[in-house]
Design a protein around this ligand. Structure first.
Ligand SMILES: NC(=O)c1ccc[n+]([C@@H]2O[C@H](COP(=O)([O-])OP(=O)(O)OC[C@H]3O[C@@H](n4cnc5c(N)ncnc54)[C@H](OP(=O)(O)O)[C@@H]3O)[C@@H](O)[C@H]2O)c1
Length: 357
């Protein structure tokens, strides 16, 4: 970890030591954050002291307790694939220097016009710059944190679990009795997709590395296939639904194991070319689908209050949990992103800024 500045202000340090103070007292003016000022590897992420952001109209200031780690953070740290620079994240350097997108924490202040939250509410959702003691979020991208989840768990949900919710419920509309294959079932999105499909009554086959197979079984998969020893697309069986979150398997191979009227939902996959990375298959899947009885679609996920509330219901019912297997303090955010990119994290990891409970 590259700790370029450790000069945390007295007030911020006091607040970090006493989470309750974050909501009970006014926020300090400076805070510690994990920042990155140029595209490189996650090793560029370092802690620094910066100004606490101010909530504008319709926004709240969240005293961050935990923030999840997902592949998107790695993409924003590296500026790869190049397409992400062109769609608003900063052409030459990251527009938002503070890393992190998921957030779970306590509302510390509210901006003008905020109606859904008051100071002291425990919330979760997405915004920019969450690897920090404070982050500003639009109120319509937050929901009350499910009581059944700790901050570390809730912080590891929004990006990955909403992607899974959209893929399994909205795009594939998984139903009871269906045979569902989840590629990448041990990962962030896949660990939630597995549970959401099982909750719908499907029989899930998960594809993951052997080392993480036990976790996938614990999440409800009936069977786990190790992609390193078995070519899953050579199986002599078909699936009603395939949710693809890892491996960049060519569409034509996936269609071989998709039932004649089945649905393939492509969430993502790492690798691919410098410009589009793993998103190329999503872009062509809709086109291929037009000429087939098999339905193929990419999914572009967007977390919002309504989807978070749907997720909360699943969490409160006990059907879905965050499979957080590692936590990191804020000054090790770089290690968290490095470990994720290296495949060292089973399920989810969280960066813990304050009390994780
Ligand atoms: N479309 C969207 O809006 C959206 C939203 C969220 C994420 N994504 C994308 O979705 C992908 C998954 O994200 P994530 O956060 O879940 O990543 P992750 O936590 O790193 O999980 C990746 C998963 O892929 C598995 N995997 C790796 N190689 C594989 C192969 N050859 N065959 C089958 N599975 C393989 C991994 O298994 P092991 O770890 O067991 O080796 C792991 O389960 C990323 O590309 C991400 O950018 C897209």
């Amino acid at each position: 970890m590259n700790a370029k500045t450790t000069d945390t202000s007295q007030t911020a340090a006091q607040t970090a030591a006493d989470p309750a103070a974050a909501s009970a007292t006014a926020a300090p003016t400076t805070m510690t954050a994990a920042v990155q000022t140029r595209y490189a590897g996650p090793e560029e992420i370092h802690v620094d002291t910066i100004a606490v952001p101010k909530p504008g109209e319709g926004e709240v200031l969240v005293a961050v307790h935990a923030a999840g780690v997902d592949r998107g953070v790695w993409h924003l740290a590296t500026g790869r694939p190049l397409v992400i620079r062109a769609i608003g994240f900063g052409l030459r350097r990251p527009k938002q220097p503070v890393q992190g997108t998921d957030v779970a924490g306590v509302v510390a202040a509210v901006g003008a016009g905020v109606t859904r939250f008051t100071v002291g509410d425990e919330v979760y959702g997405t915004t920019d710059g969450t690897y920090a003691e404070y982050a500003v979020a639009k109120e319509d991208r937050l929901a009350l944190k499910p009581a059944a989840a700790s901050f570390a768990e809730a912080g590891a949900m929004p990006v990955s679990a909403i992607a899974a919710l959209q893929a399994v419920q909205d795009s594939a509309q998984v139903e009871a009795g269906q045979r569902v294959l989840i590629l990448g079932a041990s990962g962030g999105v896949g660990s939630y997709a597995t549970q959401i499909a099982v909750a719908a009554g499907a029989t899930v086959t998960g594809v993951a590395s052997a080392a993480k197979a036990d976790l996938v079984r614990e999440l409800g998969a009936a069977r786990v296939i190790d992609y390193r020893s078995t070519e899953v697309t050579a199986l002599d069986e078909t699936f009603d639904v395939i949710i693809d979150t890892g491996g960049l398997t060519p569409l034509r191979k996936l269609r071989r194991i998709l039932s004649p009227t089945g649905t393939l939902v492509i969430v993502g996959g790492e690798g691919g070319d410098a410009l589009l990375g793993g998103s190329g298959r999503s872009l062509v899947s809709g086109l291929v689908s037009m000429f087939s009885k098999q339905r193929m679609t990419g999914v572009m996920t967007a977390s919002n209050a309504a989807r978070l509330e749907r997720l909360s219901a699943l969490v409160e019912s006990g059907a879905v949990r965050a499979a957080v297997t590692r936590t990191y303090p804020l000054d090790r955010a770089a290690d968290a992103v490095t470990d994720l990119a290296a495949g060292r994290i089973a399920g989810k990891a969280s960066v813990v800024v304050r009390d994780a409970r």
